[in-house]
Design a protein around this ligand. Structure first.
Ligand SMILES: Nc1ncnc2c1ncn2[C@@H]1O[C@H](COP(=O)(O)OP(=O)(O)O)[C@@H](O)[C@H]1O
Ligand SMILES: [Mg+2]
Length: 235
């Protein structure tokens, strides 16, 4: 399967921005690309003023898909997927998450946006990390540039590598135009201690396709999509 699995150190760290930029940039090169968001929650929340579109709506716009194709499982409460399902009297099972991804990947490159961080449960026996393992996609980790990010990012790297997931890069987002000493130091420290490539994603001002494609064009996605050392790629 050709694609990338975008996870993050937390919820609200820039996974959607990064995923949308990747989809837009890949599509802009004329490559066939799909987006997959296994579960969206919080659809019942009142959107904040000037808020970005919902994850599956933005990804759908970039991929030329419908929001329902991007995210087959959608829940209103802003809670973890396992709780949202329980509140709806359902249980999400692994096959329900894996099968749509396999179907979408038939059509070309697949960009998966995870839900929250790696150990977020779909049910108590199956986490976001388990889905990444099943799909055998290399990971990108979206992380904040500021205080607290070293711990969160190194924890996420460890959790990924502990199960054999290959992490292609940590993406610090939004990377400021004039990074502070702390932010510069965080960047260098994570690179050394985590033995990982760090890439910056600048602030994207608008959610339209051209802005996101431009942001994505600055990311080395072609290299990230090339099967590499240690990737147990599944066809
Ligand atoms: N590069 C960026 N450009 C613009 N906004 C960003 C960027 N990175 C993060 N953000 C902001 O951070 C917030 C969370 O981003 P989002 O991608 O929705 O996170 P996640 O998908 O991890 O929950 C959003 O309000 C978004 O506008
Ligand atoms: Mg998101």
């Amino acid at each position: 399967m050709r694609g990338l699995f975008v996870t993050g150190t937390d919820t609200g760290v820039g996974k959607t921005v990064l995923s949308a930029a990747l989809v837009a940039a890949i599509a802009a090169e004329g490559e066939s690309v799909s987006a997959y968001k296994p579960v969206v929650t919080g659809l019942g929340e009142e959107p904040a003023q000037e808020a970005w579109p919902q994850d599956h709506e933005l990804l759908a716009q970039m991929a030329g898909m419908t929001p329902e194709q991007v995210a087959p499982l959608r829940y209103a409460p802003a809670v973890s997927p396992h709780l949202a399902a329980t509140m709806a009297g359902e249980r999400i099972d692994a096959a329900q998450l894996i099968e749509p991804a396999l179907a979408l990947a038939q059509g070309g490159t697949l960009i998966v946006e995870g839900v929250g961080g790696l150990l977020v449960p779909f049910n108590e026996q199956f986490t976001v990390r388990d889905l990444a393992v099943e799909l055998a996609l290399p990971l990108l980790i979206a992380a904040r540039p500021g205080l607290g990010t070293i711990n969160h990012t190194l924890l996420t790297l460890q959790a990924a590598r502990a199960v054999g997931l290959e992490v292609r890069a940590v993406v610090l987002t939004p990377w400021p135009r004039r990074p502070s000493d702390l932010e510069q130091s965080n960047r260098e420290t994570i690179a050394r201690m985590g033995e990982i490539e760090i890439v910056d994603l600048a602030l994207v001002a608008h959610t339209d396709r051209s802005n996101l494609a431009q942001a994505g064009a600055n990311l080395p996605w072609q290299k990230w999509l090339t099967p590499g050392r240690g990737t147990h790629s599944r066809t």
